[in-house]
Design a protein around this ligand. Structure first.
Ligand code: ZN
Ligand code: ZN
Length: 227
């Protein structure tokens, strides 16, 4: 079998997310041990469940958000693991997994934590981001909000979502011709179940990962302690 490169696209650290577990370095070590080639940190963005306080300046918020990953990124580099920083933007009952933007972009776009989802997506796309709506049919909000015309992809396999919701997301992706992604939505550090994105090429840079995602030529691998 050809070598596949496993990537985690949806994970929360205890440093960035109020609901996360395990610091960023722990996540790198853990996914490396599980046989992954890389991961993107997707902590809750400055608008929902983020550890960054709200009463500091935008610059301070952005600096603090990125500082959570300094040690982990250095450690990842030392072991040849491809770790990148993204975030899970979330406002008004809808989330957007955001990949490929950097600190500079955020500094140039203050207060994007409090704008409507369609405006956020337009700005992020203009900046070159790859956007995926996670768990589109998760029913823990009073209503379900969908933004298929504003994202590149839908997360159709979320390890912490049920089969019903994941199945509907898969149908929606087919109907709109969207790229499909997966993720563990790891809020536990160590989980019983993970959905890994399997790439045919090594994502040796964040740009490379994004271009592989845009090609949509990937597979999904379930890692579970039951199988
Ligand atoms: Zn969370
Ligand atoms: Zn999440």
């Amino acid at each position: 079998m050809n070598k596949r490169f496993l990537i985690e696209l949806h994970s929360h650290t205890v440093q960035g997310s109020i609901c996360g577990r395990g610091d960023a370095t722990f996540h790198v070590k853990h996914y490396h041990e599980l046989g992954y080639s890389g991961m993107v940190f997707t902590d809750h963005f400055l608008n929902h469940g983020c550890r960054v306080p709200s009463d500091i300046s935008w610059e301070e918020k952005v600096e603090m958000f990125f500082s959570f990953y300094d040690e982990a990124l250095e450690y990842a580099k030392s072991i040849g693991f491809h770790a990148y920083v993204g975030w899970e933007w979330g406002y008004d009952c809808i989330e957007v997994l955001t990949y490929g933007l950097d600190k500079q972009w955020l500094l140039e776009h203050p207060d994007i934590n409090k704008i409507p989802v369609e405006q956020y997506c337009a700005l992020a796309r203009e900046g070159g981001a790859f956007l995926a709506q996670p768990h589109p049919y998760r029913e823990n909000y009073p209503i379900i909000k969908l933004a298929p015309r504003h994202v590149h992809a839908l997360e159709v396999l979320n390890a912490n979502n049920n089969d019903f919701s994941n199945g509907l997301a898969d149908h929606l992706a087919d109907a709109y011709g969207l790229i499909k992604t997966c993720g563990s939505d790891n809020h536990n550090g160590i989980q019983h179940k993970y959905w890994a994105l399997a790439l045919k090429e090594e994502p040796t840079s964040y740009e490379k990962l994004l271009s592989l995602l845009r090609e949509g030529n990937h597979e999904f691998v379930l890692k579970s302690d039951e199988t």
